[in-house]
Design a protein around this ligand. Structure first.
Ligand code: HEC
Length: 167
């Protein structure tokens, strides 16, 4: 009787151990799948001139906002038409873009941003405009990715969109 009790105890211990392994395996499988799927759905960004993949180097203290994370997946600017974001975008535009693209966006050193003619292959999309603002283009169009947060790039993109919708 004593020996069958010990056997039972061992069997129970063994079952618990197996269950623990099973739960760990299930967790790893679910977690792994979610990570892989998460990566697969992210958009790839390329440099406007070289077409090489754009590697994001995050600025010190930069906050990866919900808007930026959403943009990595949707490729659509979540700030488009958002009044508060447009006000911030205007400030960025005045400070960093207006000297070349002019107040009304009609352009001087930088090209006209008010029409639907685009110099670059992808700048007719949010993704392409993000790429050229983040990573830079030819000549005077320097990369702004190290100077302003990606969240501000989305805001200034929303602002320059108003040049076209205002027409
Ligand atoms: C010193 C001048 C200069 C400044 C400042 C500047 N740009 Fe540009 N921008 C240019 C030039 C020149 C080009 C053309 C580059 C090319 O075609 O590769 C350009 C191209 C662009 C394009 C693509 C246009 C197209 O037709 O493909 C966008 C969008 C743009 N700039 C937005 C901005 C924004 C937003 C800022 C401010 C954060 C800014 N630029 C600041 C000179 C400037």
């Amino acid at each position: 009787m004593g020996s069958s009790g010990t056997l039972c105890f061992f069997a129970e211990k063994e079952i618990r151990r197996l269950m623990r392994i099973f739960y760990c395996a299930m967790f790893l499988i679910c977690f792994g799948t979610a990570t892989v799927l998460g990566d697969e759905t992210k958009i790839e960004f390329f440099h406007a001139l070289t077409d090489k993949p754009l590697e994001f180097k995050y600025r010190k203290d930069q906050q990866l906002t919900e808007a930026v994370e959403g943009f990595y997946v949707s490729g659509k600017n979540p700030y488009s038409g958002d009044a508060a974001a447009l006000a911030d975008g205007l400030k960025v535009y005045k400070k960093l873009c207006q000297a070349c693209h002019l107040k009304d966006g009609k352009g001087r050193i930088g090209p006209n941003l008010t029409d639907d003619k685009w110099l670059r292959q992808r700048t007719n999309t949010d993704i392409g405009r993000f790429e050229i603002i983040y990573g830079g283009g030819a000549g005077a169009m320097q990369p702004f990715g190290r100077r302003i947060d990606q969240d501000d790039i989305l805001k200034v993109m929303a602002y320059i969109d108003t040049f076209r919708t205002k027409q």
